[in-house]
Design a protein around this ligand. Structure first.
Ligand SMILES: *Cc1c(COP(=O)(O)O)cnc(C)c1O
Length: 421
Protein backbone atom coordinates (compact mmCIF):
# COMPACT_ATOMS: atom_id res chain seq x y z
CA UNK A 1 0.00 0.00 0.00
CA UNK A 2 1.52 3.32 -1.08
CA UNK A 3 1.50 6.41 1.10
CA UNK A 4 -1.12 9.12 0.60
CA UNK A 5 0.92 11.48 -1.64
CA UNK A 6 1.79 8.58 -3.95
CA UNK A 7 -1.84 7.44 -4.03
CA UNK A 8 -3.09 10.91 -4.99
CA UNK A 9 -0.83 10.85 -8.07
CA UNK A 10 -1.02 7.23 -9.20
CA UNK A 11 -4.38 5.79 -8.10
CA UNK A 12 -6.71 5.24 -11.05
CA UNK A 13 -4.22 5.98 -13.81
CA UNK A 14 -1.72 3.89 -15.77
CA UNK A 15 0.12 4.77 -19.00
CA UNK A 16 -2.26 4.43 -21.94
CA UNK A 17 -1.93 0.92 -23.41
CA UNK A 18 -2.42 1.95 -27.03
CA UNK A 19 -0.28 5.11 -27.24
CA UNK A 20 1.98 5.00 -24.19
CA UNK A 21 0.72 8.44 -23.14
CA UNK A 22 1.81 8.90 -19.53
CA UNK A 23 -0.77 11.52 -18.65
CA UNK A 24 -4.37 10.45 -19.05
CA UNK A 25 -5.97 10.95 -22.48
CA UNK A 26 -9.36 12.70 -22.49
CA UNK A 27 -12.15 10.40 -23.65
CA UNK A 28 -14.67 12.81 -25.16
CA UNK A 29 -17.07 10.19 -26.42
CA UNK A 30 -20.77 9.69 -25.88
CA UNK A 31 -20.93 5.95 -26.53
CA UNK A 32 -18.77 2.82 -26.96
CA UNK A 33 -18.74 0.21 -29.74
CA UNK A 34 -19.82 -3.32 -28.84
CA UNK A 35 -18.00 -6.23 -30.52
CA UNK A 36 -21.33 -7.89 -31.32
CA UNK A 37 -24.94 -8.23 -30.27
CA UNK A 38 -24.12 -10.74 -27.56
CA UNK A 39 -21.67 -8.37 -25.86
CA UNK A 40 -24.19 -5.54 -26.15
CA UNK A 41 -26.92 -7.63 -24.51
CA UNK A 42 -24.63 -8.72 -21.67
CA UNK A 43 -23.55 -5.16 -20.91
CA UNK A 44 -27.17 -4.00 -20.70
CA UNK A 45 -28.11 -6.85 -18.32
CA UNK A 46 -24.97 -6.10 -16.21
CA UNK A 47 -23.67 -9.66 -16.83
CA UNK A 48 -20.55 -8.12 -18.39
CA UNK A 49 -18.74 -5.04 -17.09
CA UNK A 50 -17.89 -2.36 -19.60
CA UNK A 51 -18.83 0.97 -21.06
CA UNK A 52 -22.17 1.52 -22.77
CA UNK A 53 -22.89 5.23 -22.70
CA UNK A 54 -21.15 8.12 -20.93
CA UNK A 55 -24.18 8.94 -18.77
CA UNK A 56 -23.28 5.72 -16.89
CA UNK A 57 -19.49 5.37 -17.24
CA UNK A 58 -16.54 6.98 -19.01
CA UNK A 59 -12.81 6.17 -18.61
CA UNK A 60 -11.99 9.64 -17.23
CA UNK A 61 -14.80 9.42 -14.71
CA UNK A 62 -13.84 5.87 -13.75
CA UNK A 63 -10.26 6.90 -13.14
CA UNK A 64 -11.37 9.85 -10.99
CA UNK A 65 -13.71 7.54 -9.06
CA UNK A 66 -10.82 5.16 -8.34
CA UNK A 67 -8.58 8.03 -7.23
CA UNK A 68 -11.21 9.59 -4.94
CA UNK A 69 -12.08 6.22 -3.38
CA UNK A 70 -8.38 5.65 -2.64
CA UNK A 71 -7.84 9.16 -1.22
CA UNK A 72 -10.90 8.89 1.04
CA UNK A 73 -10.09 5.31 2.06
CA UNK A 74 -13.32 3.93 0.60
CA UNK A 75 -14.21 0.89 -1.50
CA UNK A 76 -16.02 2.59 -4.39
CA UNK A 77 -17.19 5.95 -5.69
CA UNK A 78 -19.41 7.59 -8.27
CA UNK A 79 -18.72 11.01 -9.74
CA UNK A 80 -21.46 13.55 -10.43
CA UNK A 81 -21.75 16.82 -12.33
CA UNK A 82 -21.51 18.92 -9.14
CA UNK A 83 -21.36 18.68 -5.38
CA UNK A 84 -25.09 19.37 -5.12
CA UNK A 85 -25.79 16.44 -7.47
CA UNK A 86 -23.71 14.17 -5.22
CA UNK A 87 -25.59 15.29 -2.12
CA UNK A 88 -28.98 14.90 -3.84
CA UNK A 89 -28.24 11.41 -5.11
CA UNK A 90 -26.80 10.20 -1.81
CA UNK A 91 -29.85 11.38 0.12
CA UNK A 92 -32.40 10.18 -2.46
CA UNK A 93 -30.73 6.76 -2.68
CA UNK A 94 -30.95 6.16 1.07
CA UNK A 95 -34.48 7.42 1.64
CA UNK A 96 -38.06 6.90 0.53
CA UNK A 97 -40.96 9.33 0.95
CA UNK A 98 -41.83 9.49 4.65
CA UNK A 99 -38.24 8.96 5.77
CA UNK A 100 -36.17 11.52 7.65
CA UNK A 101 -32.58 12.74 7.85
CA UNK A 102 -31.03 14.32 10.91
CA UNK A 103 -28.54 17.00 9.94
CA UNK A 104 -26.19 19.45 11.59
CA UNK A 105 -27.37 23.04 11.17
CA UNK A 106 -24.06 24.60 10.09
CA UNK A 107 -24.35 23.61 6.44
CA UNK A 108 -23.21 25.02 3.13
CA UNK A 109 -26.04 27.35 2.01
CA UNK A 110 -26.97 25.27 -1.05
CA UNK A 111 -27.31 22.12 1.03
CA UNK A 112 -29.32 23.94 3.69
CA UNK A 113 -31.83 25.15 1.07
CA UNK A 114 -31.98 21.69 -0.54
CA UNK A 115 -32.71 20.07 2.84
CA UNK A 116 -35.01 22.80 4.08
CA UNK A 117 -37.06 23.65 0.98
CA UNK A 118 -36.60 21.09 -1.82
CA UNK A 119 -36.38 17.70 -0.08
CA UNK A 120 -39.80 18.13 1.61
CA UNK A 121 -41.27 18.33 -1.92
CA UNK A 122 -39.83 14.85 -2.45
CA UNK A 123 -41.49 13.62 0.76
CA UNK A 124 -38.31 13.60 2.87
CA UNK A 125 -38.04 15.63 6.07
CA UNK A 126 -34.77 16.94 7.51
CA UNK A 127 -34.44 17.64 11.23
CA UNK A 128 -31.70 20.16 11.99
CA UNK A 129 -29.71 20.08 15.21
CA UNK A 130 -26.98 22.35 16.54
CA UNK A 131 -23.72 21.02 15.11
CA UNK A 132 -22.06 20.81 18.53
CA UNK A 133 -25.01 19.38 20.50
CA UNK A 134 -24.73 15.59 20.55
CA UNK A 135 -27.62 15.25 22.98
CA UNK A 136 -29.91 17.11 20.61
CA UNK A 137 -28.66 14.85 17.82
CA UNK A 138 -29.47 11.72 19.81
CA UNK A 139 -32.94 13.04 20.64
CA UNK A 140 -33.70 13.94 17.02
CA UNK A 141 -32.96 10.44 15.72
CA UNK A 142 -36.09 8.28 15.45
CA UNK A 143 -37.53 5.19 13.78
CA UNK A 144 -38.02 7.32 10.65
CA UNK A 145 -34.36 8.40 10.43
CA UNK A 146 -32.36 6.97 7.53
CA UNK A 147 -29.13 8.98 7.81
CA UNK A 148 -27.19 11.43 9.96
CA UNK A 149 -25.54 14.24 7.99
CA UNK A 150 -22.60 16.50 8.93
CA UNK A 151 -19.93 18.57 7.19
CA UNK A 152 -16.29 17.89 8.04
CA UNK A 153 -15.76 21.59 8.68
CA UNK A 154 -18.68 23.95 9.15
CA UNK A 155 -18.46 26.93 6.85
CA UNK A 156 -18.36 29.76 7.80
CA UNK A 157 -18.79 28.56 11.42
CA UNK A 158 -15.47 26.67 11.15
CA UNK A 159 -16.26 23.98 13.72
CA UNK A 160 -15.03 20.38 13.47
CA UNK A 161 -17.41 17.61 14.57
CA UNK A 162 -16.48 14.72 16.84
CA UNK A 163 -16.76 12.22 13.99
CA UNK A 164 -16.54 9.09 16.15
CA UNK A 165 -19.19 10.28 18.61
CA UNK A 166 -21.60 11.20 15.80
CA UNK A 167 -20.94 7.88 14.04
CA UNK A 168 -21.82 5.99 17.22
CA UNK A 169 -25.17 7.77 17.54
CA UNK A 170 -25.97 6.98 13.89
CA UNK A 171 -24.87 3.35 14.13
CA UNK A 172 -26.76 2.77 17.41
CA UNK A 173 -29.86 3.80 15.44
CA UNK A 174 -28.96 1.48 12.53
CA UNK A 175 -28.40 4.31 10.04
CA UNK A 176 -25.37 5.53 8.08
CA UNK A 177 -23.33 8.63 8.88
CA UNK A 178 -22.83 10.86 5.82
CA UNK A 179 -20.05 13.46 5.84
CA UNK A 180 -19.62 16.26 3.32
CA UNK A 181 -15.80 16.27 3.10
CA UNK A 182 -15.53 19.06 0.52
CA UNK A 183 -13.25 21.15 2.75
CA UNK A 184 -11.62 18.28 4.65
CA UNK A 185 -10.36 16.26 1.66
CA UNK A 186 -6.64 15.66 2.04
CA UNK A 187 -6.77 16.60 5.73
CA UNK A 188 -9.24 14.12 7.22
CA UNK A 189 -10.61 10.76 6.10
CA UNK A 190 -14.08 10.63 7.68
CA UNK A 191 -14.53 7.00 6.53
CA UNK A 192 -11.67 6.07 8.88
CA UNK A 193 -13.52 7.70 11.79
CA UNK A 194 -16.87 5.99 11.47
CA UNK A 195 -18.50 7.71 8.50
CA UNK A 196 -20.16 5.39 5.99
CA UNK A 197 -20.52 7.75 3.05
CA UNK A 198 -18.52 10.81 2.00
CA UNK A 199 -20.07 13.34 -0.36
CA UNK A 200 -17.85 15.87 -2.06
CA UNK A 201 -17.99 19.04 -4.00
CA UNK A 202 -14.80 18.25 -5.92
CA UNK A 203 -15.25 21.75 -7.37
CA UNK A 204 -13.36 23.11 -4.35
CA UNK A 205 -10.21 21.61 -2.78
CA UNK A 206 -10.19 18.33 -4.74
CA UNK A 207 -9.75 20.20 -8.01
CA UNK A 208 -8.20 23.18 -6.27
CA UNK A 209 -7.86 25.53 -9.23
CA UNK A 210 -11.34 27.05 -9.55
CA UNK A 211 -11.83 25.84 -13.12
CA UNK A 212 -14.70 23.32 -13.12
CA UNK A 213 -17.58 21.84 -11.18
CA UNK A 214 -17.54 18.21 -10.06
CA UNK A 215 -18.96 16.05 -7.30
CA UNK A 216 -18.59 12.55 -5.92
CA UNK A 217 -20.02 10.02 -3.49
CA UNK A 218 -17.55 7.64 -1.82
CA UNK A 219 -18.62 4.68 0.33
CA UNK A 220 -16.81 2.81 3.10
CA UNK A 221 -18.10 -0.62 2.04
CA UNK A 222 -18.79 -1.42 5.71
CA UNK A 223 -22.41 -0.50 6.37
CA UNK A 224 -24.85 -3.45 6.77
CA UNK A 225 -27.55 -2.36 4.32
CA UNK A 226 -29.60 -5.49 5.06
CA UNK A 227 -30.77 -4.33 8.50
CA UNK A 228 -34.31 -3.82 7.21
CA UNK A 229 -34.20 -0.05 6.80
CA UNK A 230 -32.98 0.12 3.18
CA UNK A 231 -35.33 -1.93 0.98
CA UNK A 232 -34.10 -0.24 -2.23
CA UNK A 233 -30.76 -1.98 -1.66
CA UNK A 234 -32.13 -5.38 -0.64
CA UNK A 235 -35.44 -5.92 -2.45
CA UNK A 236 -35.51 -7.21 -6.07
CA UNK A 237 -35.04 -4.49 -8.73
CA UNK A 238 -37.51 -5.12 -11.55
CA UNK A 239 -35.41 -2.99 -13.94
CA UNK A 240 -32.69 -5.67 -13.86
CA UNK A 241 -34.59 -8.97 -13.71
CA UNK A 242 -35.07 -8.94 -9.94
CA UNK A 243 -31.44 -8.24 -9.08
CA UNK A 244 -30.82 -7.32 -5.42
CA UNK A 245 -28.29 -4.48 -5.18
CA UNK A 246 -26.65 -5.23 -1.82
CA UNK A 247 -26.49 -8.98 -2.36
CA UNK A 248 -24.95 -8.41 -5.82
CA UNK A 249 -22.72 -5.34 -5.40
CA UNK A 250 -21.58 -5.73 -1.76
CA UNK A 251 -18.96 -3.11 -0.94
CA UNK A 252 -19.94 -0.92 -3.90
CA UNK A 253 -23.70 -1.04 -3.24
CA UNK A 254 -24.27 2.70 -2.84
CA UNK A 255 -22.28 3.87 -5.87
CA UNK A 256 -23.45 1.07 -8.18
CA UNK A 257 -27.06 1.39 -7.12
CA UNK A 258 -26.96 5.14 -7.78
CA UNK A 259 -25.28 4.57 -11.16
CA UNK A 260 -27.86 2.06 -12.42
CA UNK A 261 -30.89 3.92 -11.12
CA UNK A 262 -30.61 7.61 -10.16
CA UNK A 263 -27.77 8.40 -12.59
CA UNK A 264 -29.45 6.44 -15.36
CA UNK A 265 -32.75 8.24 -14.76
CA UNK A 266 -31.78 11.75 -13.61
CA UNK A 267 -28.49 12.04 -15.50
CA UNK A 268 -26.31 14.51 -13.56
CA UNK A 269 -23.20 12.97 -15.15
CA UNK A 270 -19.79 14.56 -14.79
CA UNK A 271 -18.26 15.76 -18.05
CA UNK A 272 -15.14 13.67 -18.88
CA UNK A 273 -13.21 16.90 -19.36
CA UNK A 274 -14.12 18.09 -15.88
CA UNK A 275 -13.16 14.66 -14.52
CA UNK A 276 -9.79 15.00 -16.22
CA UNK A 277 -9.23 18.47 -14.73
CA UNK A 278 -10.24 17.22 -11.29
CA UNK A 279 -7.89 14.23 -11.48
CA UNK A 280 -5.03 16.53 -12.45
CA UNK A 281 -5.87 18.82 -9.52
CA UNK A 282 -5.84 15.87 -7.12
CA UNK A 283 -2.25 15.01 -8.05
CA UNK A 284 -1.14 18.01 -5.94
CA UNK A 285 -3.83 17.68 -3.23
CA UNK A 286 -1.51 17.09 -0.29
CA UNK A 287 0.96 19.81 -1.28
CA UNK A 288 -1.91 22.22 -1.61
CA UNK A 289 -3.82 21.47 1.59
CA UNK A 290 -0.63 21.84 3.61
CA UNK A 291 0.22 25.21 2.06
CA UNK A 292 -3.38 26.45 2.32
CA UNK A 293 -3.25 25.70 6.06
CA UNK A 294 0.20 27.28 6.55
CA UNK A 295 -0.89 30.44 4.75
CA UNK A 296 -4.20 30.57 6.62
CA UNK A 297 -2.37 30.29 9.94
CA UNK A 298 0.01 33.11 8.99
CA UNK A 299 -2.91 35.34 7.96
CA UNK A 300 -4.90 34.44 11.11
CA UNK A 301 -1.97 35.31 13.39
CA UNK A 302 -1.45 38.61 11.60
CA UNK A 303 -5.15 39.56 11.79
CA UNK A 304 -5.30 38.66 15.51
CA UNK A 305 -2.96 41.59 16.17
CA UNK A 306 -4.54 44.01 13.71
CA UNK A 307 -6.05 47.17 15.25
CA UNK A 308 -9.09 47.15 12.91
CA UNK A 309 -9.94 43.51 13.61
CA UNK A 310 -12.26 42.59 16.50
CA UNK A 311 -11.87 38.81 16.39
CA UNK A 312 -10.43 35.97 14.29
CA UNK A 313 -11.96 32.50 13.90
CA UNK A 314 -9.39 30.02 12.60
CA UNK A 315 -9.40 26.36 13.68
CA UNK A 316 -5.58 26.33 13.56
CA UNK A 317 -5.30 28.84 16.41
CA UNK A 318 -4.35 27.31 19.72
CA UNK A 319 -7.46 28.07 21.77
CA UNK A 320 -10.03 27.44 19.06
CA UNK A 321 -13.22 25.74 20.36
CA UNK A 322 -12.57 22.83 17.95
CA UNK A 323 -8.92 22.41 19.01
CA UNK A 324 -9.53 18.95 20.46
CA UNK A 325 -11.25 17.62 17.33
CA UNK A 326 -8.67 19.39 15.14
CA UNK A 327 -5.84 17.56 16.86
CA UNK A 328 -7.72 14.26 16.86
CA UNK A 329 -9.07 14.30 13.29
CA UNK A 330 -7.26 16.99 11.25
CA UNK A 331 -3.71 15.99 12.23
CA UNK A 332 -3.37 19.41 13.86
CA UNK A 333 -4.07 21.31 10.61
CA UNK A 334 -6.46 24.27 10.83
CA UNK A 335 -7.73 24.04 7.25
CA UNK A 336 -7.89 26.64 4.47
CA UNK A 337 -10.69 28.95 5.68
CA UNK A 338 -10.87 31.69 8.27
CA UNK A 339 -13.33 34.36 9.27
CA UNK A 340 -12.70 37.63 11.05
CA UNK A 341 -14.77 40.51 12.36
CA UNK A 342 -14.08 44.07 11.29
CA UNK A 343 -14.41 46.54 14.20
CA UNK A 344 -16.48 49.03 12.21
CA UNK A 345 -19.30 46.50 11.58
CA UNK A 346 -21.32 45.92 8.37
CA UNK A 347 -20.23 49.06 6.46
CA UNK A 348 -16.55 48.68 7.33
CA UNK A 349 -16.62 45.02 6.29
CA UNK A 350 -18.15 46.00 2.95
CA UNK A 351 -15.39 48.62 2.48
CA UNK A 352 -12.70 45.98 3.13
CA UNK A 353 -14.35 43.76 0.53
CA UNK A 354 -14.36 46.67 -1.95
CA UNK A 355 -10.68 47.52 -1.54
CA UNK A 356 -8.81 44.27 -2.03
CA UNK A 357 -6.60 44.18 -5.12
CA UNK A 358 -4.83 40.81 -5.19
CA UNK A 359 -7.64 38.98 -3.41
CA UNK A 360 -10.77 38.18 -5.47
CA UNK A 361 -14.25 39.13 -4.30
CA UNK A 362 -16.38 36.12 -5.18
CA UNK A 363 -18.58 33.33 -3.78
CA UNK A 364 -16.36 30.29 -3.88
CA UNK A 365 -13.69 28.51 -1.86
CA UNK A 366 -10.84 26.19 -2.72
CA UNK A 367 -8.99 28.11 -5.43
CA UNK A 368 -5.23 28.59 -5.75
CA UNK A 369 -6.13 32.29 -5.41
CA UNK A 370 -7.18 33.94 -2.15
CA UNK A 371 -10.91 34.72 -2.11
CA UNK A 372 -12.93 37.06 0.08
CA UNK A 373 -16.63 37.47 0.80
CA UNK A 374 -18.82 39.35 3.27
CA UNK A 375 -21.53 36.72 3.97
CA UNK A 376 -24.10 39.08 5.54
CA UNK A 377 -24.44 41.10 2.31
CA UNK A 378 -24.02 38.18 -0.11
CA UNK A 379 -24.19 34.41 0.51
CA UNK A 380 -26.22 34.71 3.72
CA UNK A 381 -28.27 37.85 2.93
CA UNK A 382 -31.56 35.85 2.63
CA UNK A 383 -31.25 34.26 6.06
CA UNK A 384 -32.81 35.76 9.17
CA UNK A 385 -30.41 37.25 11.75
CA UNK A 386 -30.97 34.16 13.89
CA UNK A 387 -30.25 31.74 11.03
CA UNK A 388 -27.14 33.79 10.19
CA UNK A 389 -25.93 33.51 13.76
CA UNK A 390 -26.38 29.72 13.89
CA UNK A 391 -24.18 29.41 10.79
CA UNK A 392 -21.48 31.65 12.29
CA UNK A 393 -22.30 34.85 10.41
CA UNK A 394 -22.62 38.29 11.98
CA UNK A 395 -22.75 41.73 10.33
CA UNK A 396 -19.01 42.30 10.62
CA UNK A 397 -17.92 38.80 9.50
CA UNK A 398 -15.58 38.44 6.53
CA UNK A 399 -14.63 35.02 5.19
CA UNK A 400 -11.32 34.29 3.51
CA UNK A 401 -10.49 31.21 1.46
CA UNK A 402 -6.73 31.52 1.78
CA UNK A 403 -4.92 30.66 -1.45
CA UNK A 404 -1.47 29.49 -2.39
CA UNK A 405 0.14 32.88 -3.05
CA UNK A 406 3.02 33.98 -0.82
CA UNK A 407 1.43 34.78 2.55
CA UNK A 408 3.30 38.12 2.73
CA UNK A 409 1.42 39.30 -0.36
CA UNK A 410 -1.94 38.12 0.99
CA UNK A 411 -1.28 39.94 4.27
CA UNK A 412 -0.17 43.14 2.51
CA UNK A 413 -3.37 43.16 0.45
CA UNK A 414 -5.51 42.69 3.58
CA UNK A 415 -3.64 45.48 5.39
CA UNK A 416 -4.32 47.80 2.47
CA UNK A 417 -8.04 46.89 2.34
CA UNK A 418 -8.35 47.16 6.13
CA UNK A 419 -6.98 50.72 5.97
CA UNK A 420 -10.42 51.62 4.50
CA UNK A 421 -12.35 49.91 7.33
C1 LIG B 1 -19.66 24.21 -2.85
C2 LIG B 1 -20.12 23.23 -1.85
C3 LIG B 1 -21.13 22.32 -2.16
C4 LIG B 1 -21.83 22.32 -3.50
O1 LIG B 1 -20.96 21.94 -4.50
P1 LIG B 1 -21.13 22.37 -6.06
O2 LIG B 1 -20.00 21.65 -6.70
O3 LIG B 1 -21.02 23.85 -6.11
O4 LIG B 1 -22.47 21.88 -6.47
C5 LIG B 1 -21.51 21.39 -1.20
N1 LIG B 1 -20.92 21.36 0.01
C6 LIG B 1 -19.95 22.24 0.36
C7 LIG B 1 -19.34 22.14 1.71
C8 LIG B 1 -19.53 23.19 -0.55
O5 LIG B 1 -18.57 24.06 -0.19
Amino acid sequence: MYKKETISIHAGQKPDEKTGARAEPIYMTTAYVFKNADEAAKRFSLEQEGNIYTRLTNPNNTSLETKLAAIEGGTAAITTSSGMAAISYAVLALTNPGDEIVSADNLYGGTYEFFNLTLPNFGRKVRFVNSSDLTALKNAVSEKTRAVYFEALGNPKLDIPDFEAVAKIAHDAGVPFIVDNTIGIGTVQPLKHGADIVVLSATKYANGHGNSLAGAIVESGKFPWDNGKFPKFTEPDSAYGGLRHYQTFGKSTVSTSIRISLMRDLGATLSPFNAWLTSMGLETLYLRVERHAQNALAVAKHLENHEKVAWVNYPGLENHPSAKNRDKYFEGFGGPLLTFGVKGGYDAAVRVQNNVKLISLLANIGDTRTLIIHPASTTHQQLTKEEQKSTGVTEETIRLSVGLENSDDIIADLDYALSFA
